[in-house]
Each structure stands twice: as structure tokens, then as C-alpha cells.
Design a protein around this ligand. Sequence first.
Ligand SMILES: NC(=O)c1ccc[n+]([C@@H]2O[C@H](COP(=O)([O-])OP(=O)(O)OC[C@H]3O[C@@H](n4cnc5c(N)ncnc54)[C@H](OP(=O)(O)O)[C@@H]3O)[C@@H](O)[C@H]2O)c1
Length: 326
Amino acid sequence: MPRVVVFDETGGPEVLRIVEEPVVEPAAGEVLVRIEAFAVNPLDQMVRAGQSPRPVQLPRARLGIEGTGVIDALGPGVTGLSVGDPVILAALPDFATRGAYAEYVTVSANQVIPRPAGLSVADAAAFWVTYFTAYGALVERAGMRPGDHVLITAASGGVGRAAIQIANQVGAVPIAVTRHTSKLQSLIAAGAAAAIATDREDVAEATRRHTAGAGADIILDAVMGPGLAELSLAARLGGTLAVVGWLDPRPASFPANPSLTIHRYMSFADMADPQTVTRVAAFLAAGVRTGVLRPTIDRVFGLEEIVEAHRYLEKGTPAGKIIVTV
Ligand SMILES: NC(=O)c1ccc[n+]([C@@H]2O[C@H](COP(=O)([O-])OP(=O)(O)OC[C@H]3O[C@@H](n4cnc5c(N)ncnc54)[C@H](OP(=O)(O)O)[C@@H]3O)[C@@H](O)[C@H]2O)c1
């Protein structure tokens, strides 16, 4: 029988275990996907640890909001897809029952998109959530345009690296932020026009230096926490702050820049809109075709190493996505 990762209680990485479960035959409008790889995301860690933003039913709860694989079976009424098609699982909001941490998953046919040619299996598993989030926050919400200076926090991570590439695709100027001087070079190599290390520089002061004194047009923040007040001072007068994450779990301070337009961006909300999904998929496929968009993979684990993969995520220092091949 196919293997599935489940947890019966919330806690550390060791609560994850592999069990065998029968596949769920696809009902009308559904497809069965044989998963080839999935991504390990910070949300998975929160859910496993008991900090899920939505209720999770125990025991035998599942995890995994994105992955890639091949269509194995079609439910009645599904059109436009065939058995054998390579697809990306375009976010699974009902991950606790139909998560991607498995050899097979049954999902609604509108939760899969074609896998762009030219993406490896690992790249495809790393692609959707981070790139959708960076694109949605920067382009759909903040209205990023060519020439905009875009300050990106947690730039070493999955969303951050996607944001650097998307800013370059649009013709904007990405300025990356990391906590560690040792990561500056890798961020420049990843396409950042400039990089700021908060272990040696003041972020607002350094941003002004890189923007001829003006400040950033847009800040993309995945950290929040007490540093938010000071971070907001890195934006220009009338700039935009788009918050996508909360990597710092401490209470956030109120932005000290009173002229900012602030967006709280949640990609799952946009992923429920088929027109937005089509638009984003087209933008991302074009970026893959031209070679501008290419996920950064930090490490690849095997399914049997799932506990190790979560331990690695918990260190909080990935330089790109963590992928598990099935
Ligand atoms: N809104 C949405 O729809 C959406 C979608 C996907 C993800 N997210 C959220 O976005 C955030 C980033 O996701 P990701 O997948 O890019 O994460 P990730 O790949 O795990 O990257 C995290 C990076 O952020 C930095 N970091 C970690 N902890 C930090 C802290 N306490 N303070 C400052 N920097 C810290 C580290 O870089 P340095 O060591 O270089 O500083 C690390 O490499 C998460 O909170 C995630 O839940 C939101």
C-alpha cells in the first residue's frame, strides 16, 4: 500500500511517522496524483507543532501544501487532463486530510496546473507557493513596476529568493536583507542588486544608501516581530509594505513610518480564484521559459528522512527550499 506521512499528536519533528494507507479513488471532478516530490514549508512546521492557523483533526493528520507528480487516475467529468500528465499541486488548503506528504494524493482537478517544461521534479516541487506568494504580494498587491526599489527581508529563504527573481523579471531593483554577513555574497549571486546584513548594518540607513537617500518603494517582509517599526523606516514617503510572513514569533511592533500603505498578503486567498491562478501560472511559466525564474533548492531528502527534513527546517537557516523526493 502507498506510504503517507502522518502525526497523531502535535510536537517536535519526531511526531511524524510513515504509515501505509489505501489511495482515495477520485470522485467527480477529482484527480489522483502520484507524487514525485513535495516541499517542506514553514507552515508545515507550525501545523506539526500545534500552531496551525486552522483546526487540524488528530490522529492521523497529514501535512504538505505543495508538490509535483503525475496524474494517475481521473474522476468522472474531468476534462483537459490525461493520465500521465506531469502536474504541479497548486496549493492544498485541506492539507490536514489531503496533504502532499505522501506517495499519492486525491485532489480537485482545479488544484493542479501543468508542470512547465524545463523544470526538474525537485524544482517543480519548490515552485508554486513561494513564487505565487512573491508574485502576488509584489505585483498583484503592491503594484511593483520597473525601476521600483524593492527591499526583501528573509531574502535567503524560498519566498525571498523568488521575490528577487520576480523583481528582476519585472525590471525592478531587488535589495536583499539577511541577518548574516556570511550570506551577502550568495544573495548577490542570486540576483540581488544589493544586499544588507543586519548583523552589521542598520537596515533603514543601508537602504537609503542603496536608493540615493530616497528609501525603498516597496518592502516585502516575511519576518514581522519587534523589528517591524524600524524596518518600516527603510521605505520612502508614501511607500508600500507588503507583509507575507511572521518568521519572528515575538509580538510585532507597529510600523513607525506613518505614510505607508500596508498589505497583509495571504496567497491561499488568491489561489482560490481561478483567474488569478491562470494569470500567475502564465507569468511564472514565462519566467521559466526565459530562465529568469529558477527555484533555489537548499537540500533534498528522501521520504524516509522526513523527521530529519523537519529538524533541518527548524534550524531556521535554509538557503532555499527543502524538498523531499518520494
Ligand atoms: N502569505 C503567504 O501566503 C505565505 C506563503 C508562503 C510562505 N509564507 C511565510 O513566509 C515566511 C517565509 O517563508 P519561506 O518559505 O521563504 O521561509 P524559509 O525558506 O524557511 O526561509 C527563511 C529565511 O528567513 C530568515 N529567517 C528565519 N527566521 C528568521 C527570523 N526570526 N528573523 C529574521 N529572519 C529569519 C533566514 O534567513 P537569514 O538567515 O539569511 O536571515 C531563513 O533562511 C514564513 O513565515 C512563511 O510562513 C507566507
